[in-house]
Ligand binder design. Structure first.
Ligand SMILES: Cc1cc2nc3c(=O)[nH]c(=O)nc-3n(C[C@H](O)[C@H](O)[C@H](O)COP(=O)(O)OP(=O)(O)OC[C@H]3O[C@@H](n4cnc5c(N)ncnc54)[C@H](O)[C@@H]3O)c2cc1C
Length: 569
Protein backbone atom coordinates (compact mmCIF):
# COMPACT_ATOMS: atom_id res chain seq x y z
CA UNK A 1 0.00 0.00 0.00
CA UNK A 2 1.20 3.53 -0.72
CA UNK A 3 3.21 5.35 1.92
CA UNK A 4 4.11 2.33 3.97
CA UNK A 5 6.84 4.45 5.52
CA UNK A 6 4.11 5.84 7.80
CA UNK A 7 2.65 2.46 8.75
CA UNK A 8 3.41 1.16 12.22
CA UNK A 9 4.94 -2.18 12.99
CA UNK A 10 1.98 -4.33 14.00
CA UNK A 11 3.19 -4.73 17.60
CA UNK A 12 4.47 -1.28 18.58
CA UNK A 13 5.58 2.19 17.61
CA UNK A 14 7.07 3.28 14.29
CA UNK A 15 8.57 1.29 11.49
CA UNK A 16 9.89 -2.25 11.64
CA UNK A 17 13.65 -2.01 12.18
CA UNK A 18 13.57 1.31 14.09
CA UNK A 19 14.05 0.92 17.80
CA UNK A 20 15.04 3.06 20.75
CA UNK A 21 18.80 3.56 20.70
CA UNK A 22 19.59 2.57 24.27
CA UNK A 23 23.31 2.12 23.50
CA UNK A 24 23.63 5.85 22.80
CA UNK A 25 22.37 6.63 26.32
CA UNK A 26 24.39 4.40 28.64
CA UNK A 27 22.95 5.85 31.88
CA UNK A 28 19.35 5.31 30.92
CA UNK A 29 18.71 1.58 31.16
CA UNK A 30 20.20 1.19 34.66
CA UNK A 31 18.11 4.20 35.74
CA UNK A 32 14.88 2.86 34.22
CA UNK A 33 15.45 -0.59 35.65
CA UNK A 34 15.87 0.88 39.08
CA UNK A 35 12.94 3.32 38.86
CA UNK A 36 10.54 0.95 37.15
CA UNK A 37 11.78 -1.84 39.46
CA UNK A 38 12.32 -3.98 36.42
CA UNK A 39 15.09 -5.81 38.29
CA UNK A 40 18.30 -7.49 37.15
CA UNK A 41 16.43 -10.56 36.09
CA UNK A 42 13.82 -9.06 33.84
CA UNK A 43 10.43 -10.58 33.45
CA UNK A 44 11.10 -10.72 29.75
CA UNK A 45 7.87 -10.73 27.75
CA UNK A 46 8.54 -11.54 24.15
CA UNK A 47 5.70 -10.80 21.78
CA UNK A 48 3.88 -13.60 20.02
CA UNK A 49 4.86 -14.46 16.50
CA UNK A 50 2.68 -12.82 13.86
CA UNK A 51 1.73 -16.28 12.56
CA UNK A 52 0.19 -17.15 15.95
CA UNK A 53 -2.36 -14.34 15.82
CA UNK A 54 -5.89 -15.45 14.99
CA UNK A 55 -8.16 -12.64 13.87
CA UNK A 56 -11.91 -12.97 14.33
CA UNK A 57 -13.32 -14.45 11.10
CA UNK A 58 -14.29 -11.79 8.57
CA UNK A 59 -17.99 -11.48 7.79
CA UNK A 60 -19.17 -12.23 4.29
CA UNK A 61 -18.75 -8.92 2.47
CA UNK A 62 -18.41 -10.12 -1.11
CA UNK A 63 -21.12 -7.98 -2.72
CA UNK A 64 -20.09 -4.91 -0.71
CA UNK A 65 -16.42 -5.50 -1.58
CA UNK A 66 -17.10 -5.74 -5.30
CA UNK A 67 -19.16 -2.53 -5.21
CA UNK A 68 -16.31 -0.82 -3.35
CA UNK A 69 -13.77 -2.10 -5.88
CA UNK A 70 -15.74 -0.39 -8.62
CA UNK A 71 -15.21 2.90 -6.75
CA UNK A 72 -11.56 2.76 -5.63
CA UNK A 73 -10.03 -0.04 -7.70
CA UNK A 74 -9.17 -3.61 -6.75
CA UNK A 75 -5.96 -2.91 -4.85
CA UNK A 76 -7.62 -0.36 -2.60
CA UNK A 77 -10.10 -2.77 -1.04
CA UNK A 78 -8.27 -5.16 1.25
CA UNK A 79 -9.45 -7.99 3.43
CA UNK A 80 -6.17 -9.75 4.18
CA UNK A 81 -5.16 -10.42 7.76
CA UNK A 82 -2.14 -8.10 7.68
CA UNK A 83 -4.26 -5.10 6.74
CA UNK A 84 -7.03 -6.02 9.16
CA UNK A 85 -4.51 -6.41 12.00
CA UNK A 86 -2.82 -3.02 11.66
CA UNK A 87 -6.22 -1.33 11.67
CA UNK A 88 -7.79 -2.98 14.69
CA UNK A 89 -6.43 -0.87 17.56
CA UNK A 90 -4.78 2.46 18.37
CA UNK A 91 -1.55 2.84 20.33
CA UNK A 92 -2.36 3.07 24.04
CA UNK A 93 -0.54 0.66 26.38
CA UNK A 94 -3.63 -1.51 26.36
CA UNK A 95 -3.67 -1.64 22.56
CA UNK A 96 -0.01 -2.51 22.25
CA UNK A 97 -0.14 -5.03 25.13
CA UNK A 98 -3.02 -6.86 23.45
CA UNK A 99 -1.24 -6.93 20.09
CA UNK A 100 1.97 -8.25 21.61
CA UNK A 101 0.03 -10.98 23.41
CA UNK A 102 -1.98 -11.83 20.28
CA UNK A 103 -5.30 -10.80 21.87
CA UNK A 104 -7.29 -9.55 18.89
CA UNK A 105 -11.02 -9.96 19.35
CA UNK A 106 -12.18 -7.30 16.94
CA UNK A 107 -10.93 -6.24 13.52
CA UNK A 108 -12.40 -4.62 10.42
CA UNK A 109 -13.70 -6.96 7.75
CA UNK A 110 -12.49 -4.68 4.98
CA UNK A 111 -9.94 -1.90 4.77
CA UNK A 112 -10.67 0.61 2.02
CA UNK A 113 -8.30 3.31 0.75
CA UNK A 114 -10.23 6.18 -0.88
CA UNK A 115 -8.38 8.40 -3.35
CA UNK A 116 -10.45 11.57 -2.97
CA UNK A 117 -13.60 13.28 -1.74
CA UNK A 118 -15.86 11.71 -4.42
CA UNK A 119 -14.68 8.21 -3.48
CA UNK A 120 -15.62 8.92 0.13
CA UNK A 121 -19.10 10.10 -0.86
CA UNK A 122 -19.67 6.83 -2.79
CA UNK A 123 -18.21 4.68 -0.01
CA UNK A 124 -20.49 6.26 2.60
CA UNK A 125 -23.49 5.65 0.30
CA UNK A 126 -22.48 2.01 -0.23
CA UNK A 127 -21.91 1.45 3.48
CA UNK A 128 -25.38 2.82 4.18
CA UNK A 129 -26.98 0.63 1.48
CA UNK A 130 -25.19 -2.50 2.72
CA UNK A 131 -25.77 -1.83 6.40
CA UNK A 132 -22.01 -1.67 7.07
CA UNK A 133 -20.20 0.43 9.69
CA UNK A 134 -17.39 2.84 8.83
CA UNK A 135 -14.41 3.85 10.93
CA UNK A 136 -12.18 6.61 9.49
CA UNK A 137 -8.52 5.87 10.16
CA UNK A 138 -5.57 8.28 9.94
CA UNK A 139 -2.32 7.01 11.44
CA UNK A 140 -3.93 4.86 14.12
CA UNK A 141 -1.91 6.62 16.84
CA UNK A 142 -4.84 7.57 19.09
CA UNK A 143 -4.50 6.44 22.68
CA UNK A 144 -8.15 6.45 23.74
CA UNK A 145 -9.64 3.52 21.80
CA UNK A 146 -10.92 5.78 19.00
CA UNK A 147 -10.68 3.36 16.05
CA UNK A 148 -11.71 0.12 17.71
CA UNK A 149 -15.05 -1.46 16.90
CA UNK A 150 -17.08 -3.23 19.57
CA UNK A 151 -16.79 -6.98 19.21
CA UNK A 152 -20.55 -7.57 19.43
CA UNK A 153 -21.51 -5.37 16.44
CA UNK A 154 -22.72 -7.89 13.86
CA UNK A 155 -22.70 -5.47 10.93
CA UNK A 156 -19.91 -5.70 8.34
CA UNK A 157 -17.12 -3.35 9.38
CA UNK A 158 -15.16 -1.13 6.99
CA UNK A 159 -12.13 0.84 8.06
CA UNK A 160 -11.46 3.80 5.82
CA UNK A 161 -7.71 4.36 5.73
CA UNK A 162 -7.26 7.95 4.54
CA UNK A 163 -3.55 7.84 3.62
CA UNK A 164 -4.08 8.11 -0.15
CA UNK A 165 -5.81 11.44 0.36
CA UNK A 166 -2.52 13.22 0.93
CA UNK A 167 -2.51 16.24 -1.35
CA UNK A 168 -2.01 19.91 -0.77
CA UNK A 169 -5.01 21.15 -2.77
CA UNK A 170 -4.41 24.89 -2.76
CA UNK A 171 -2.39 27.59 -1.03
CA UNK A 172 -3.39 31.20 -0.54
CA UNK A 173 -0.04 32.57 0.54
CA UNK A 174 -1.37 36.11 0.75
CA UNK A 175 -4.07 35.12 3.23
CA UNK A 176 -1.91 32.41 4.82
CA UNK A 177 -4.33 29.54 4.36
CA UNK A 178 -3.87 26.10 2.80
CA UNK A 179 -6.42 23.52 1.66
CA UNK A 180 -5.22 20.11 2.69
CA UNK A 181 -6.48 16.55 2.40
CA UNK A 182 -6.90 14.77 5.72
CA UNK A 183 -4.65 11.77 5.07
CA UNK A 184 -1.47 13.87 5.09
CA UNK A 185 0.98 12.78 7.78
CA UNK A 186 2.86 15.48 9.71
CA UNK A 187 6.08 15.41 7.66
CA UNK A 188 4.12 15.37 4.38
CA UNK A 189 2.32 18.57 5.38
CA UNK A 190 5.54 20.40 6.18
CA UNK A 191 7.21 19.09 2.99
CA UNK A 192 4.28 20.36 0.91
CA UNK A 193 4.17 23.78 2.57
CA UNK A 194 7.94 24.43 2.76
CA UNK A 195 8.36 25.47 -0.91
CA UNK A 196 5.82 28.22 -0.21
CA UNK A 197 7.83 29.39 2.79
CA UNK A 198 5.00 28.23 5.05
CA UNK A 199 4.47 25.92 7.99
CA UNK A 200 1.38 24.57 9.74
CA UNK A 201 3.27 24.59 13.04
CA UNK A 202 1.55 21.51 14.47
CA UNK A 203 4.01 19.06 16.01
CA UNK A 204 2.46 16.55 18.39
CA UNK A 205 4.88 13.96 19.77
CA UNK A 206 3.22 11.52 17.34
CA UNK A 207 3.84 13.95 14.43
CA UNK A 208 5.57 11.45 12.14
CA UNK A 209 2.82 8.82 12.23
CA UNK A 210 -0.38 10.82 12.71
CA UNK A 211 -2.50 12.69 10.17
CA UNK A 212 -4.33 15.96 9.77
CA UNK A 213 -7.70 14.13 9.80
CA UNK A 214 -6.83 12.38 13.05
CA UNK A 215 -5.63 15.64 14.61
CA UNK A 216 -8.84 17.41 13.69
CA UNK A 217 -11.02 14.53 14.79
CA UNK A 218 -9.37 14.32 18.23
CA UNK A 219 -8.62 18.03 18.87
CA UNK A 220 -4.92 17.43 18.98
CA UNK A 221 -2.26 19.75 20.45
CA UNK A 222 1.23 20.21 19.06
CA UNK A 223 4.26 21.21 21.09
CA UNK A 224 4.08 24.84 19.88
CA UNK A 225 0.37 25.22 20.64
CA UNK A 226 1.15 28.28 22.79
CA UNK A 227 1.58 30.38 19.64
CA UNK A 228 -0.12 28.40 16.86
CA UNK A 229 -3.04 27.13 18.96
CA UNK A 230 -4.53 23.67 19.21
CA UNK A 231 -5.73 22.18 15.93
CA UNK A 232 -9.24 23.58 16.48
CA UNK A 233 -7.73 27.08 16.51
CA UNK A 234 -5.99 26.44 13.21
CA UNK A 235 -8.89 25.23 11.09
CA UNK A 236 -10.95 27.76 9.17
CA UNK A 237 -13.00 25.56 6.84
CA UNK A 238 -13.91 21.91 6.45
CA UNK A 239 -15.67 19.42 4.22
CA UNK A 240 -17.23 16.47 6.01
CA UNK A 241 -19.09 13.63 4.32
CA UNK A 242 -21.90 12.39 6.57
CA UNK A 243 -24.38 9.60 5.80
CA UNK A 244 -27.08 12.24 5.23
CA UNK A 245 -25.04 14.60 3.07
CA UNK A 246 -21.95 16.75 2.79
CA UNK A 247 -21.28 19.60 5.22
CA UNK A 248 -19.09 22.35 3.90
CA UNK A 249 -17.96 25.31 5.93
CA UNK A 250 -16.52 28.38 4.22
CA UNK A 251 -12.99 29.48 4.94
CA UNK A 252 -13.45 32.95 6.34
CA UNK A 253 -11.19 34.85 8.72
CA UNK A 254 -14.14 35.37 11.08
CA UNK A 255 -17.90 35.37 10.80
CA UNK A 256 -21.11 35.84 12.73
CA UNK A 257 -23.19 33.23 11.02
CA UNK A 258 -24.72 31.32 13.89
CA UNK A 259 -23.05 28.54 15.89
CA UNK A 260 -19.57 27.73 14.66
CA UNK A 261 -19.90 24.48 12.70
CA UNK A 262 -16.13 24.01 12.49
CA UNK A 263 -16.06 23.83 16.27
CA UNK A 264 -18.82 21.23 16.25
CA UNK A 265 -17.07 19.07 13.69
CA UNK A 266 -13.57 19.07 15.17
CA UNK A 267 -13.29 16.53 17.95
CA UNK A 268 -16.10 14.41 16.49
CA UNK A 269 -13.76 11.39 16.27
CA UNK A 270 -15.27 10.01 13.09
CA UNK A 271 -18.74 9.68 14.58
CA UNK A 272 -20.42 12.41 12.48
CA UNK A 273 -18.72 11.71 9.18
CA UNK A 274 -15.46 11.67 7.26
CA UNK A 275 -13.36 14.83 6.96
CA UNK A 276 -12.25 15.04 3.33
CA UNK A 277 -10.76 18.54 3.25
CA UNK A 278 -9.61 21.18 5.70
CA UNK A 279 -8.57 24.76 5.13
CA UNK A 280 -5.91 25.53 7.70
CA UNK A 281 -4.26 28.73 8.90
CA UNK A 282 -0.57 28.51 8.04
CA UNK A 283 2.38 30.68 9.02
CA UNK A 284 5.65 31.94 7.65
CA UNK A 285 8.48 29.55 8.50
CA UNK A 286 9.99 31.26 11.55
CA UNK A 287 12.90 33.51 10.76
CA UNK A 288 14.46 32.77 14.11
CA UNK A 289 14.19 29.98 16.69
CA UNK A 290 15.65 29.80 20.14
CA UNK A 291 15.48 26.46 22.02
CA UNK A 292 17.10 26.22 25.43
CA UNK A 293 16.87 24.47 28.75
CA UNK A 294 16.56 26.15 32.14
CA UNK A 295 16.64 24.73 35.63
CA UNK A 296 14.59 25.79 38.63
CA UNK A 297 15.37 24.75 42.20
CA UNK A 298 11.91 23.15 42.42
CA UNK A 299 8.87 22.41 40.26
CA UNK A 300 6.93 24.94 42.31
CA UNK A 301 9.46 27.68 41.39
CA UNK A 302 9.15 26.78 37.73
CA UNK A 303 5.36 26.82 37.94
CA UNK A 304 5.35 30.30 39.50
CA UNK A 305 7.77 31.56 36.83
CA UNK A 306 5.72 30.19 33.92
CA UNK A 307 2.48 31.55 35.35
CA UNK A 308 3.91 35.05 35.69
CA UNK A 309 5.61 34.91 32.30
CA UNK A 310 2.41 33.94 30.46
CA UNK A 311 0.22 36.45 32.22
CA UNK A 312 2.73 39.24 31.56
CA UNK A 313 2.41 38.49 27.84
CA UNK A 314 5.79 36.83 27.19
CA UNK A 315 4.31 33.68 25.66
CA UNK A 316 7.00 31.19 24.59
CA UNK A 317 6.19 29.07 21.53
CA UNK A 318 7.02 25.98 23.58
CA UNK A 319 7.38 25.44 27.31
CA UNK A 320 7.62 22.05 28.95
CA UNK A 321 8.32 22.25 32.66
CA UNK A 322 9.23 18.84 34.05
CA UNK A 323 8.83 17.98 37.70
CA UNK A 324 11.80 16.69 39.64
CA UNK A 325 11.12 13.04 38.71
CA UNK A 326 10.80 13.71 34.99
CA UNK A 327 13.89 15.93 35.10
CA UNK A 328 15.86 12.97 36.48
CA UNK A 329 14.62 10.91 33.54
CA UNK A 330 15.73 13.61 31.09
CA UNK A 331 19.21 13.71 32.53
CA UNK A 332 19.47 9.93 32.53
CA UNK A 333 18.36 9.87 28.88
CA UNK A 334 20.87 12.38 27.60
CA UNK A 335 23.78 11.42 25.41
CA UNK A 336 27.04 11.28 27.41
CA UNK A 337 29.02 14.52 27.41
CA UNK A 338 32.26 14.62 25.47
CA UNK A 339 35.34 16.86 25.43
CA UNK A 340 35.17 20.08 27.43
CA UNK A 341 31.54 19.41 28.41
CA UNK A 342 32.58 16.17 30.04
CA UNK A 343 35.45 17.84 31.82
CA UNK A 344 33.25 20.49 33.43
CA UNK A 345 30.20 18.26 34.07
CA UNK A 346 31.26 17.00 37.51
CA UNK A 347 32.26 20.40 38.99
CA UNK A 348 29.18 22.06 37.41
CA UNK A 349 26.87 19.53 39.07
CA UNK A 350 28.53 20.13 42.46
CA UNK A 351 28.20 23.89 42.05
CA UNK A 352 24.53 23.63 41.11
CA UNK A 353 23.84 21.38 44.08
CA UNK A 354 25.52 23.85 46.43
CA UNK A 355 23.32 26.63 44.99
CA UNK A 356 20.07 24.78 45.72
CA UNK A 357 19.58 22.81 42.51
CA UNK A 358 20.11 19.40 44.12
CA UNK A 359 16.95 17.93 42.59
CA UNK A 360 15.95 20.56 40.02
CA UNK A 361 13.02 20.95 37.66
CA UNK A 362 13.95 21.43 33.98
CA UNK A 363 12.15 23.73 31.59
CA UNK A 364 12.51 23.23 27.84
CA UNK A 365 11.75 26.63 26.41
CA UNK A 366 11.47 27.94 22.87
CA UNK A 367 10.68 31.22 21.19
CA UNK A 368 10.17 31.48 17.46
CA UNK A 369 9.11 34.07 14.92
CA UNK A 370 10.58 37.27 13.51
CA UNK A 371 14.05 37.68 14.97
CA UNK A 372 13.58 41.03 16.70
CA UNK A 373 10.24 40.11 18.26
CA UNK A 374 11.56 36.75 19.41
CA UNK A 375 14.57 38.29 21.09
CA UNK A 376 12.39 40.82 22.87
CA UNK A 377 10.01 38.12 24.11
CA UNK A 378 12.91 36.04 25.32
CA UNK A 379 14.46 38.98 27.12
CA UNK A 380 11.20 39.74 28.93
CA UNK A 381 10.63 36.09 29.86
CA UNK A 382 14.19 35.60 31.09
CA UNK A 383 13.92 38.64 33.35
CA UNK A 384 10.90 37.02 35.02
CA UNK A 385 12.53 33.60 35.23
CA UNK A 386 15.57 35.12 36.94
CA UNK A 387 13.34 36.43 39.70
CA UNK A 388 12.29 32.83 40.23
CA UNK A 389 15.90 31.65 40.59
CA UNK A 390 16.35 30.03 37.20
CA UNK A 391 19.66 28.70 35.94
CA UNK A 392 20.06 28.86 32.15
CA UNK A 393 21.72 25.71 30.80
CA UNK A 394 21.82 27.31 27.36
CA UNK A 395 20.89 26.25 23.86
CA UNK A 396 22.63 22.89 23.54
CA UNK A 397 20.33 20.80 25.82
CA UNK A 398 17.29 22.56 24.31
CA UNK A 399 18.46 21.72 20.80
CA UNK A 400 19.17 18.09 21.68
CA UNK A 401 15.70 17.79 23.25
CA UNK A 402 14.27 19.08 19.96
CA UNK A 403 16.30 16.63 17.89
CA UNK A 404 15.39 13.55 19.91
CA UNK A 405 11.78 14.39 20.82
CA UNK A 406 10.25 11.88 18.40
CA UNK A 407 12.44 9.02 19.70
CA UNK A 408 10.81 8.70 23.12
CA UNK A 409 7.72 6.70 22.03
CA UNK A 410 10.03 3.86 20.97
CA UNK A 411 11.15 3.52 24.58
CA UNK A 412 7.84 2.01 25.67
CA UNK A 413 8.29 -0.99 23.34
CA UNK A 414 11.71 -1.55 24.86
CA UNK A 415 10.33 -1.48 28.41
CA UNK A 416 7.38 -3.71 27.57
CA UNK A 417 9.82 -6.49 26.73
CA UNK A 418 10.63 -6.39 30.43
CA UNK A 419 7.04 -6.61 31.60
CA UNK A 420 6.62 -2.88 32.20
CA UNK A 421 3.27 -1.11 32.12
CA UNK A 422 4.01 2.30 30.60
CA UNK A 423 1.71 5.02 29.39
CA UNK A 424 0.80 8.68 29.68
CA UNK A 425 -2.30 10.44 31.03
CA UNK A 426 -3.10 14.10 30.54
CA UNK A 427 -5.52 16.78 31.59
CA UNK A 428 -5.70 20.58 31.83
CA UNK A 429 -6.88 22.95 34.48
CA UNK A 430 -6.79 26.60 35.51
CA UNK A 431 -3.65 28.07 37.07
CA UNK A 432 -5.34 28.42 40.46
CA UNK A 433 -5.92 24.66 40.58
CA UNK A 434 -2.86 23.38 38.78
CA UNK A 435 -0.49 22.63 41.64
CA UNK A 436 -3.31 21.20 43.75
CA UNK A 437 -4.30 18.84 40.94
CA UNK A 438 -0.65 17.94 40.45
CA UNK A 439 -0.30 16.96 44.11
CA UNK A 440 -3.56 14.98 44.29
CA UNK A 441 -2.87 13.19 41.00
CA UNK A 442 0.65 12.28 42.10
CA UNK A 443 -0.69 10.90 45.35
CA UNK A 444 -3.52 8.98 43.65
CA UNK A 445 -1.15 7.48 41.09
CA UNK A 446 1.40 6.54 43.74
CA UNK A 447 -1.30 4.75 45.73
CA UNK A 448 -2.96 2.90 42.87
CA UNK A 449 0.32 1.83 41.27
CA UNK A 450 1.48 0.38 44.60
CA UNK A 451 -1.86 -1.34 45.19
CA UNK A 452 -2.26 -2.99 41.82
CA UNK A 453 1.33 -3.90 40.96
CA UNK A 454 3.07 -4.17 44.32
CA UNK A 455 5.82 -1.82 43.02
CA UNK A 456 6.46 1.93 43.31
CA UNK A 457 7.35 2.51 39.69
CA UNK A 458 8.14 5.78 37.98
CA UNK A 459 5.71 8.71 37.97
CA UNK A 460 6.90 11.83 36.13
CA UNK A 461 4.95 14.87 35.11
CA UNK A 462 5.22 18.08 33.16
CA UNK A 463 3.29 21.27 32.55
CA UNK A 464 2.97 22.22 28.87
CA UNK A 465 0.51 23.88 26.43
CA UNK A 466 0.12 27.22 28.19
CA UNK A 467 -2.89 29.50 28.15
CA UNK A 468 -3.56 32.73 29.96
CA UNK A 469 -6.07 30.82 32.08
CA UNK A 470 -4.19 27.59 32.73
CA UNK A 471 -2.17 24.76 31.23
CA UNK A 472 -1.98 21.06 30.44
CA UNK A 473 -0.70 18.62 33.06
CA UNK A 474 0.88 15.49 31.60
CA UNK A 475 1.88 12.30 33.42
CA UNK A 476 4.08 9.43 32.33
CA UNK A 477 4.16 6.24 34.33
CA UNK A 478 6.30 3.13 34.04
CA UNK A 479 6.12 0.21 36.43
CA UNK A 480 6.68 -3.48 36.42
CA UNK A 481 3.40 -5.39 36.36
CA UNK A 482 2.63 -7.58 39.34
CA UNK A 483 4.98 -10.53 39.40
CA UNK A 484 3.75 -13.57 37.51
CA UNK A 485 0.89 -11.65 35.81
CA UNK A 486 -0.56 -12.93 32.57
CA UNK A 487 -0.88 -10.31 29.78
CA UNK A 488 -4.60 -10.05 30.61
CA UNK A 489 -3.80 -9.38 34.28
CA UNK A 490 -1.22 -6.74 33.35
CA UNK A 491 -3.87 -5.03 31.20
CA UNK A 492 -6.31 -5.11 34.13
CA UNK A 493 -3.67 -3.46 36.32
CA UNK A 494 -3.14 -0.77 33.69
CA UNK A 495 -6.90 -0.22 33.32
CA UNK A 496 -7.22 0.37 37.05
CA UNK A 497 -4.30 2.83 37.04
CA UNK A 498 -5.85 4.68 34.09
CA UNK A 499 -9.28 4.67 35.72
CA UNK A 500 -7.91 6.21 38.90
CA UNK A 501 -5.88 8.81 36.98
CA UNK A 502 -8.90 9.88 34.93
CA UNK A 503 -11.24 9.92 37.92
CA UNK A 504 -8.74 12.04 39.86
CA UNK A 505 -8.46 14.52 36.99
CA UNK A 506 -12.20 14.89 36.48
CA UNK A 507 -13.15 15.05 40.14
CA UNK A 508 -10.22 17.38 40.84
CA UNK A 509 -11.39 20.07 38.41
CA UNK A 510 -9.32 18.97 35.40
CA UNK A 511 -10.39 18.21 31.83
CA UNK A 512 -11.23 14.63 30.92
CA UNK A 513 -8.54 15.09 28.29
CA UNK A 514 -6.60 18.09 27.01
CA UNK A 515 -5.66 16.51 23.66
CA UNK A 516 -5.99 12.72 23.60
CA UNK A 517 -9.72 12.68 22.86
CA UNK A 518 -12.43 10.41 24.21
CA UNK A 519 -12.77 7.13 22.29
CA UNK A 520 -14.27 4.41 24.40
CA UNK A 521 -11.51 4.61 27.01
CA UNK A 522 -12.66 8.01 28.29
CA UNK A 523 -16.34 7.58 27.46
CA UNK A 524 -17.38 6.63 31.01
CA UNK A 525 -16.64 10.24 32.05
CA UNK A 526 -18.04 12.13 29.04
CA UNK A 527 -21.44 12.88 30.55
CA UNK A 528 -19.83 14.47 33.60
CA UNK A 529 -17.69 16.56 31.29
CA UNK A 530 -20.47 17.78 28.97
CA UNK A 531 -23.53 17.56 31.27
CA UNK A 532 -26.46 15.22 30.65
CA UNK A 533 -28.26 17.66 28.36
CA UNK A 534 -25.06 18.59 26.52
CA UNK A 535 -24.29 14.96 25.72
CA UNK A 536 -27.89 14.28 24.71
CA UNK A 537 -27.73 17.24 22.29
CA UNK A 538 -24.61 15.87 20.63
CA UNK A 539 -26.26 12.46 20.33
CA UNK A 540 -29.29 14.07 18.68
CA UNK A 541 -27.01 15.85 16.26
CA UNK A 542 -25.34 12.54 15.48
CA UNK A 543 -28.71 10.95 14.89
CA UNK A 544 -29.63 13.61 12.37
CA UNK A 545 -26.32 13.20 10.51
CA UNK A 546 -26.03 9.44 10.90
CA UNK A 547 -29.50 7.96 11.54
CA UNK A 548 -28.36 4.34 11.12
CA UNK A 549 -25.39 4.82 13.44
CA UNK A 550 -22.84 3.56 10.93
CA UNK A 551 -20.07 6.09 11.71
CA UNK A 552 -17.57 4.81 14.27
CA UNK A 553 -20.30 3.23 16.37
CA UNK A 554 -18.04 2.08 19.23
CA UNK A 555 -16.57 5.53 19.83
CA UNK A 556 -17.22 8.87 21.44
CA UNK A 557 -21.03 9.02 21.19
CA UNK A 558 -21.95 5.35 21.49
CA UNK A 559 -25.25 5.28 23.28
CA UNK A 560 -25.36 1.76 24.63
CA UNK A 561 -24.78 2.91 28.18
CA UNK A 562 -21.52 3.60 29.95
CA UNK A 563 -18.43 2.02 28.45
CA UNK A 564 -16.25 -0.09 30.64
CA UNK A 565 -12.66 1.00 30.79
CA UNK A 566 -11.66 -2.42 29.48
CA UNK A 567 -13.81 -1.81 26.42
CA UNK A 568 -15.95 -4.87 26.84
CA UNK A 569 -19.28 -3.08 26.73
C1 LIG B 1 3.55 8.19 21.35
C2 LIG B 1 2.36 9.07 21.16
C3 LIG B 1 2.51 10.44 21.29
C4 LIG B 1 1.39 11.26 21.13
N1 LIG B 1 1.55 12.61 21.25
C5 LIG B 1 0.48 13.42 21.06
C6 LIG B 1 0.63 14.83 21.17
O1 LIG B 1 1.72 15.37 21.43
N2 LIG B 1 -0.47 15.60 20.95
C7 LIG B 1 -1.67 15.05 20.62
O2 LIG B 1 -2.62 15.79 20.40
N3 LIG B 1 -1.83 13.72 20.56
C8 LIG B 1 -0.80 12.89 20.75
N4 LIG B 1 -0.96 11.54 20.66
C9 LIG B 1 -2.28 10.97 20.33
C10 LIG B 1 -2.55 10.82 18.83
O3 LIG B 1 -1.37 10.91 18.09
C11 LIG B 1 -3.55 11.87 18.39
O4 LIG B 1 -4.81 11.55 18.96
C12 LIG B 1 -3.69 12.05 16.89
O5 LIG B 1 -4.47 13.19 16.66
C13 LIG B 1 -4.32 10.87 16.18
O6 LIG B 1 -4.12 11.04 14.79
P1 LIG B 1 -4.16 9.79 13.81
O7 LIG B 1 -3.97 10.29 12.42
O8 LIG B 1 -3.22 8.75 14.25
O9 LIG B 1 -5.67 9.33 13.99
P2 LIG B 1 -6.28 7.89 14.28
O10 LIG B 1 -5.71 7.32 15.50
O11 LIG B 1 -6.21 7.07 13.05
O12 LIG B 1 -7.79 8.29 14.53
C14 LIG B 1 -8.17 9.06 15.64
C15 LIG B 1 -9.65 9.43 15.52
O13 LIG B 1 -9.82 10.29 14.41
C16 LIG B 1 -10.78 9.78 13.51
N5 LIG B 1 -10.36 10.17 12.16
C17 LIG B 1 -9.16 10.00 11.57
N6 LIG B 1 -9.17 10.52 10.35
C18 LIG B 1 -10.40 11.05 10.15
C19 LIG B 1 -11.05 11.72 9.08
N7 LIG B 1 -10.43 12.00 7.93
N8 LIG B 1 -12.34 12.08 9.23
C20 LIG B 1 -13.00 11.84 10.38
N9 LIG B 1 -12.45 11.21 11.42
C21 LIG B 1 -11.16 10.83 11.31
C22 LIG B 1 -10.79 8.28 13.75
O14 LIG B 1 -12.00 7.67 13.39
C23 LIG B 1 -10.56 8.24 15.25
O15 LIG B 1 -11.77 8.44 15.92
C24 LIG B 1 0.12 10.69 20.83
C25 LIG B 1 0.01 9.30 20.69
C26 LIG B 1 1.11 8.50 20.86
C27 LIG B 1 0.95 7.02 20.72
Amino acid sequence: MSDDKYRHKWWGWGLEGIEYDMDARPSLWPWIRQKGELGDDPDLRPRVDLSEIRLPPARNTESLASALRMVVGDCNVRGDDDDRLVHCYGRSYRDVARLRAGIVDTAPDLVVYPGGHDDVVRIVELATQHGATLVPFGGGTNVAGCVERTAHDSRPGITLDMRRMNRLLAVDAQSRTADLEPGLFGPQIEEALAPHGLTLGHHPDSYIYSTLGGWLATRSAGTQSNVYGKIEDMVVGMTVVTPTGVIETRALPAASNGPDLNRLLVGSEGTFGVITRATMRVHAIPEYEDYRMLLFPTFQDGFAALHECVQCGYMPSLARLSDEAETEFMFAAKHPATGFQRWIEGPAKKLLKARGYGRPAALVLAFEGPRQLTLELRRGAMAIFKKHRTFDLGASPGESWKESRYDVPYLRDFMMDYGAIADSFETSTVWSNLMRLYETSNEALRRVIGDVTGFHGYIGSHISHLYETGACLYYTIAVRCREGSTPEEAIEQYSEIKRVATETFVSGGGALSHHHGVGYEHRPWIERELSERGLASLRQLKESLDPDGIMNPGGLLASEGPARIDGSD
